[in-house]
Design a protein around this ligand. Structure first.
Ligand code: 6PG
Length: 256
C-alpha cells in the first residue's frame, strides 16, 4: 500500500489524472483495453475533468456504485461523472457501462452482475484494471457502509439500503468487496478535513478501523491512497518526518 499526500485538492487531482492515464496506457498496451470503475460522490469530479488524454476508444467506464432513482436523476453518479468526463462525442455508448439503478437495488444489482459477466467472462471475480474509490467520514466506500451485511458478502454487485446518517438517503447498487479486492489497482481519492478521522483510523490501523469498509479494501494488486493535506491532517506520521511504509510522499508512481 502507498499513500501520497498533496498540498491541496487541485494538486491531488492533477497527480491522480496522471496516475489514471498511465494505468490506462499500460492496460491498453498489455491487454488492448482499459477497464475502469469510477468512484461516485463529488471528490473525483475534478479529476474526471483532467482525463482528456485517455485512450477513449479502448477505455470502458463502469461505476463503483449508483444511487437508485429515475434514470440519470439529479443525484446520479453516472450523470455527474459523465458531465465531468465530457467524453468525445464519438465515444461508443458500448464503452459506458451504466448501473441501471432505476430498476431498484435488487434488480439493479442483478442486471449489473450480468453486465460484468458479459464483459469480464463467466467465471471468477471481474478484474478491473483500476477502481477509483472515495471515502465517507464514517469510513464507507462505494456504497459499502459500516456494519452492513454487504461487507461479508461474496456477491459481485449488491443492492444496499444506506444507514440513516447517509445522504442522499437513497437505496444503492454497489460493487462488492469481492470485485474491489480483485482489482489490479485501486486508487482512493480523499479530500477534506471531514474525512481525516476515517483516514487516520484506516491508515494507522486503529482497532475500530476493522469495521470501516475502507479498511477492508485490500486488493490483490496495487493499493494507493491519494490525500490532500486536510484529509491527512490527523495522521501521526507525515512525509518528511519519520518515514514509514504506508504514508510517504514521493514524486513518482511505483511501477511506472
Ligand atoms: C457515493 C459514493 C461514496 C462517496 C463517498 C465520498 O455514491 O456517494 O460512491 O462512496 O465516494 O461518500 O463522497 P464525496 O466525494 O462526495 O465526499
Amino acid at each position: 500500500m502507498r499513500t501520497e499526500i498533496f498540498a491541496d485538492q487541485p494538486e491531488m487531482d492533477s497527480r491522480a489524472a496522471g496516475f489514471i492515464i498511465r494505468r490506462a496506457a499500460r492496460a491498453v498496451e498489455r491487454r488492448g483495453r482499459f477497464a475502469l470503475a469510477l468512484a461516485g460522490g463529488r471528490t473525483p469530479l475534478g479529476v474526471y475533468g483532467l482525463l482528456q488524454d485517455l485512450p477513449w476508444e479502448r477505455s470502458h467506464f463502469f461505476w463503483g456504485d449508483e444511487r437508485c432513482g429515475p434514470k440519470e436523476h439529479a443525484r446520479s453518479n453516472y450523470r455527474a461523472a459523465l458531465a465531468a468526463l465530457n467524453p468525445p462525442a464519438d465515444l461508443p455508448r458500448a464503452n459506458l457501462h451504466r448501473i441501471q439503478a432505476e430498476l431498484g437495488p435488487r434488480r439493479g444489482a442483478e442486471f449489473y452482475t450480468r453486465r460484468l459477466r458479459e464483459f469480464f467472462g463467466p467465471d471468477g471475480a471481474p478484474v478491473f484494471d483500476l477502481i477509483l474509490l472515495g471515502l465517507g467520514a464514517d469510513g464507507h466506500t462505494a456504497s459499502l457502509f459500516p456494519g452492513d451485511a454487504a461487507l461479508t458478502s461474496q456477491a459481485l454487485v449488491l443492492g444496499v439500503e444506506p444507514p440513516e446518517w447517509v445522504t442522499p438517503r437513497l437505496p444503492r447498487v454497489s460493487l462488492g468487496l469481492a470485485v474491489l479486492n480483485a482489482a489490479r489497482s485501486v486508487l482512493f481519492l480523499v479530500s477534506g478535513a471531514a474525512k481525516a478521522g476515517a483516514v487516520r483510523s484506516i491508515l494507522e490501523a486503529a482497532p475500530q478501523a476493522a469495521e470501516a469498509p475502507g479498511a477492508l479494501v485490500r486488493p490483490a494488486g496495487e493499493l494507493v491512497w491519494f490525500l490532500d493535506a486536510a484529509a491527512a491532517g490527523q495522521l501521526s506520521r507525515r512525509p518528511g518526518a519519520s518515514p514509514c511504509e504506508s504514508c510517504h510522499s514521493n514524486s513518482h508512481d511505483e511501477g511506472d
